[in-house]
Design a protein around this ligand. Structure first.
Ligand code: MRU
Length: 350
């Protein structure tokens, strides 16, 4: 049973504070919107699908105290909540997808009394959690076919249970392969600067008794040259209509290395990570974070004072480096533009 990363608990959102891992499994209760916003910003809750869930639950939390007497007043409060949450992190489209889904549900039910409308929004958020669970299982079912017994798989960041409501996207494929009796070995890139690979993915895989080995981000090329990797599997924060993919910084390096070493590079994400309004990755908003994350490690300075820092949280992997994209609707192969449109022609309308 995967760990519950984020849930609704009474009148609050209960989530694993991922900044405390791997030292402590500690939960954070968000009783107000500002606490949730900070939790998102500081990556206490993170990973694209989990951010979609946080957005939906955040709307419930945010409008919970609304004193609106009619829908017109309620809509003003709702829009404020949505705008506020939209400003937390820009790249994972799931967050915006979740907010828009909640906005639409409110709109469709605008004739209902406000207490009833609040209840409807809560039920919608809970539905999103349930849906995310089945999306993970569907992706795993499709994607585990790509994994052979004995495979040595490289991944980056955390695309597992900690990033979803169930057992993850990229890591879900690995969990499923294990359930099918395949023996796999997973290499995890540490994922500087915030170390989601070393802090979270190794913790999660070790807990699930998967053979896991940690490496620094600059060791992947050598590992591939020594023929110790069979494939790379990663998650995604936003996929454009042509298959260009934004994911954790360092993903592009791995995709380029995989191409050079003739290894398959797979990306795994649910439909809510696709942004079909964008033709390609050029307009994907990339989050730039505080340089402090690069010049300090756990509060200790590792670079001279006053040094300039470059700190994008995500990079773009061009579609030509991606062997296939695993989704809840099936596996998409090139030509992506045509095949993405085909597979999502119905499902993408929320
Ligand atoms: O900055 P993070 O930790 O939120 O970045 C997360 C990633 O890049 C994941 O790979 C992505 O969200 C997919 S999670 C299933």
């Amino acid at each position: 049973m995967p760990i519950s990363t984020i849930e609704w608990s009474g009148r609050k959102i209960k989530l694993i504070d991922q900044t405390k891992l791997p030292h402590r499994l500690q939960f954070l209760c968000c009783k107000d919107l500002e606490t949730l916003w900070k939790a998102i910003k500081r990556l206490k809750v993170r990973g694209a699908p989990a951010l979609g869930i946080a957005a939906c639950l955040g709307v419930v939390l945010g409008v919970g105290n609304s004193k609106a007497k009619d829908y017109r007043e309620f809509k003003i409060d709702l829009d404020k909540v949505i705008d506020y949450l939209s400003s937390s992190r820009p790249t994972a489209v799931n967050l915006f997808w979740g907010l828009e889904r909640m906005r639409k549900v409110a709109c469709v039910n605008s004739d209902k009394p406000i207490p009833k409308l609040k209840k409807i929004l809560l039920n919608e958020a809970l539905r999103v959690i349930q849906e995310d669970k089945s999306l993970c299982r569907q992706m795993a079912r499709f994607g585990s076919r790509l994994i052979k017994d004995g495979d040595r798989i490289l991944t980056i960041c955390n695309a597992g249970a900690l990033a979803t409501a169930d057992y993850g996207t990229a890591l879900g494929l690995i969990y499923r392969a294990k359930e099918e009796g395949k023996k796999v070995k997973v290499y995890v890139s540490e994922t500087r600067p915030l170390l989601q690979g070393s802090r979270l993915t190794t913790w999660e895989l070790k807990r699930e008794k998967i053979d896991v080995t940690l490496l620094c981000d600059d060791m992947a090329a050598e590992l591939m040259r020594r023929q110790r990797i069979d494939k790379v599997i990663v998650g995604a924060d936003r996929i454009a209509a042509n298959g260009d993919t934004a994911n954790k910084i360092g993903t592009y390096n791995l995709a380029a290395l995989a191409k050079f070493h003739k290894l398959p590079f797979y990306c795994c994400a649910p439909f809510s990570s696709f942004d079909l309004s964008l033709n390609d990755a050029n307009k994907i908003p990339i989050e730039f974070r505080d340089g402090k994350e690069v010049v300090e490690i756990f509060g200790r300075r590792i670079a001279p004072w006053g040094i300039k820092v470059y700190n994008p949280a995500f990079d773009i992997t061009p579609n030509e480096l991606i062997t296939a994209i695993v989704t809840d609707k099936g596996i998409i192969r090139p030509p992506y533009k045509k095949n993405i449109r085909k597979i999502f022609s119905v499902k993408c309308k929320v």
